[in-house]
Design a protein around this ligand. Sequence first.
Ligand SMILES: CC(=O)N[C@H]1[C@@H](OP(=O)(O)OP(=O)(O)OC[C@H]2O[C@@H](n3ccc(=O)[nH]c3=O)[C@H](O)[C@@H]2O)O[C@H](CO)[C@H](O)[C@@H]1O
Ligand SMILES: [Mn+2]
Length: 284
Amino acid sequence: MLYEKPDLLKLPRTDVMIATPWQAPIVWDGTYNLDILNELFHLRGARIGLSVFVIRKYKVFINDFLQSAEEFFMAGHKVHYYVFTDDVSGIPNITLKEGRNMEVVKISGYKRWQDITMRRMQLIRDYISQKLINEVDYLVCLDADLKFMDHIGVEILGDVFGVIHPGFFGESRTAFTHERRNYSAGYIPEDEGDFYYTGCFFGGTVEEVYKLTNFCHNAMMEDKAKNIEALWHDESYLNKYFLYHKPTKLLSPEYAWNDYYGSPVVVKRKRLVHVPKDYNAVRD
Ligand SMILES: CC(=O)N[C@H]1[C@@H](OP(=O)(O)OP(=O)(O)OC[C@H]2O[C@@H](n3ccc(=O)[nH]c3=O)[C@H](O)[C@@H]2O)O[C@H](CO)[C@H](O)[C@@H]1O
Ligand SMILES: [Mn+2]
């Protein structure tokens, strides 16, 4: 395989941090060679799962989500979609490319939207031990109200990864919307916290995603027993997990963009974007 020799004396990017203080890479455009990575993951025959939840009115998002994933997500690799839904007939039967398949998993859903979003942790955890552990090597967990606009491939994969929220990447700790009540299991003290991670995109090896979802679900149950819920629900507990179990890879906000935040110069590609939604129309 031919490619340009890496140059140890040349920085791939000079405008952004490309590794955390704990030496985890932060993936930005221009920091990786996709040909090398594709070759490595093909040699391993990596099987990649993608989980997405489509409950109640979130059906409106799933066609664009899947069609755009077929175009941009893990092109050329083995992909297994797991679509969790309360309405199997509402999931479009789209034509998938070679090496890709889809499983629709019927679940009952919850009344409150907060429970729908939070219970994903429990459902993912349980489906990993029931089935996924034998079917995929990596699992990528995503919101449904997203559309792929550009390449997302094996450069994202690692033991456990999170995505820096597009609204907070230049912010100070005090601006992070972490859970600050010390009696919540999602609590992060004001002088701790590295980045603010989005709840809409995380993943890793199936074993690591099991640990992450198990932690988050247990933390939620601990709070539920006290009749509290962290400020940003699953996102708050995910941030807590990443504080003490640091991600081994981080994805830049290119991987979870929202046009609400405009077009900062450091963001060269908007790979996955949140579809604008009318909260009152799609929730409850
Ligand atoms: C960009 C980002 O940081 N997203 C997070 C954020 O808000 P969002 O406002 O993006 O959350 P959201 O409304 O997209 O809900 C999260 C996900 O739950 C599913 N769903 C939700 C409601 C429903 O009626 N039906 C349904 O299927 C669906 O897959 C959806 O994408 O905060 C949420 C918790 O408050 C989650 O942590 C989201 O991941
Ligand atoms: Mn969302």
